[in-house]
Design a binder for this molecule. Structure first.
Ligand code: EPZ
Length: 437
């Protein structure tokens, strides 16, 4: 198993490069299943989740080729003869549940494992299932699998309101509705950039979609979609993570450049809150330049659906708050208990208290290096950020969580002045203290 070893206190300098968006690449890969031919996607990040989803597509019969160095993926979906998404793969990556919409859309049926929960609690899929039923699918649960089929082989279409709005359900329902017999409408649809880029790609494939980027998406079903060549957008969460890293580990009289970025995809709320910390930054069409302030202002945040503050950046924000001189709060309105990083950060000296879906973080914390445990993707990157500014050495264990969503993070940070490297370790080795002399 791998860990990242960080020697804190080194300033972040120079340039960081953002990889392609994980949460946009995955739906684009699912969309390729709807086309009888070969779809090409470039700027695909080389991540565990992308490679897991590639295997899920292969199970269904698609041929997936991924040039990880060039970040180019081709998906030949000419033959989809096994409409199944097995538990062994779906349990590793919940977005595999997009196979339900893709298989219903392409084959009129599918047997897809329920994704189960994740590190911070239940991740229901009731909206996905209720929406598919509203579009005319017959859905049964069998031994942990969703067994779905369109009576007569093709969904009639229908109307469904998402409450709450859901990124995954919007994507899954659009996959199924694109080739339905009739027209479908999704109310309170998600408008995250991941969803907009995905819906625009579906439209280029021949889907008849109105209302992209609005809360009401209307889809008139077509007989089939055509393969396309599409470019994935940059990862907005990695961009936000790097901006926070620059704010806490950059030097005040220096400028850090973050390239291959789309700052518009972060949403106004994050950019306004980031500015309120006193961090100076300039945004360009494909980059952001950041200069750390002498003193970071403690700025409380509350997550919300786009264009609100992204829930995927709240863990990273708690490290920023620890380096500011006063107390502030983080409230996550999307998930109730996404604070598994707080106890780990507390082992490094973070002073924080969790009350329901709000954490209060005391500022002016002198973090000290420690061995800490990753629990989920965004929690693990907050531990790396803390290790960068802590005194001494921090070992971040179980970085397979990190590898799900950050491509070669330690290499990117090494190239920007951070003393960090990857090591293998045996999680189950006998502790030295128990070893016979
Ligand atoms: C997507 O997850 C992202 N994952 C998540 O990023 C992100 O945190 C989340 O959107 C919110 O922005 C991918 O895109 C692969 P939701 P998703 O459905 O689609 C509730 C990361 O770190 N809900 O928008 O699963 C749900 O419990 C990951 O990259 C239902 O109640 O999120 C939550 O409270 C973590 N029933 C809210 O909706 C449902 O059927 C929003 O979830 C579905 C969701």
């Amino acid at each position: 198993m791998d860990k990242l070893v960080i020697e804190g206190g080194r300033p972040l300098r120079g340039t960081l490069t953002v990889s392609g968006s994980k949460n946009t690449a995955l739906p684009l890969m699912a969309a390729a299943l709807l086309a009888d031919g070969t779809t090409t996607i470039d700027n695909v990040p080389n991540l565990r989740d992308v490679n897991t989803f590639s295997d899920v597509l292969r199970v269904s019969g698609a041929e997936v080729e991924f040039d990880a160095d060039a970040h180019v993926m081709t998906i030949d979906a000419s033959t989809i003869d096994t409409p199944v998404a097995p538990y062994e793969l779906v349990k590793k990556m919940r977005a595999s549940f997009y196979m339900l919409g893709a298989l219903l859309g392409r084959c009129g049926k599918g047997r897809v494992s329920l994704p189960g929960g994740c590190a911070w609690g239940p991740r229901p899929v009731n909206l996905h299932l209720e929406g598919m039923r509203a579009f005319g699918a017959e859905i049964e649960l069998d031994e942990g699998y969703v067994v779905a089929h369109a009576p007569g082989g093709r969904l009639p279409g229908g109307t469904f309101t998402l409450e709450p709005s859901s990124v995954g359900a919007t994507i899954n329902l659009a996959l199924a509705a694109s080739t339905a017999q009739g027209t479908s409408r999704i109310e309170n649809a998600a408008i995250e950039p991941d969803v907009v880029v995905f819906l625009e790609a579906l439209q280029r494939m021949g889907a008849q979609i109105d209302g992209i980027g609005t809360r009401t998406v209307e889809i008139e079903g077509v007989d089939g979609l055509q393969p396309i060549a599409v470019t994935n957008c940059p990862d907005r969460i990695e961009l936000g993570t790097f901006m926070i890293a620059a704010a806490i580990a950059g030097e005040p009289n220096d400028t850090i450049r973050i390239e291959n970025a789309n700052p518009d995809h972060l949403g106004r709320a994050f950019l306004d809150k980031f500015a309120a910390t006193g961090t100076h930054f300039v945004t360009g069409a494909d980059h952001v330049e950041v200069s750390a302030p002498d003193v970071l202002e403690p700025v409380s945040i509350e997550t919300a659906v786009f264009p609100g503050f992204p829930t995927d950046l709240q863990a990273q924000w708690s490290v920023l708050l620890s380096q500011s001189p006063g107390a502030a709060t983080i409230t996550d309105t999307i998930y109730d208990d996404r604070f598994s990083h707080i106890p780990e950060l507390a082992r490094m000296g973070l002073q924080a208290s969790v009350d329901g879906n709000t954490v209060t973080v005391e500022g002016h914390t002198h973090l000290k290096g420690a061995t800490v445990m990753s629990t989920d993707l965004r929690a693990s990157v907050s531990l790396v950020l803390a290790g960068m500014v802590a005194e001494g050495q921090t070992d971040v264990l179980r970085v397979y969580h990190l590898d799900r969503g950050y491509e070669r993070l330690e290499v990117k940070l090494q190239n920007a002045g951070i003393q960090i490297h990857r090591e293998q370790y045996d999680e189950f080795a006998t502790p030295d203290v128990l070893k016979d002399d």
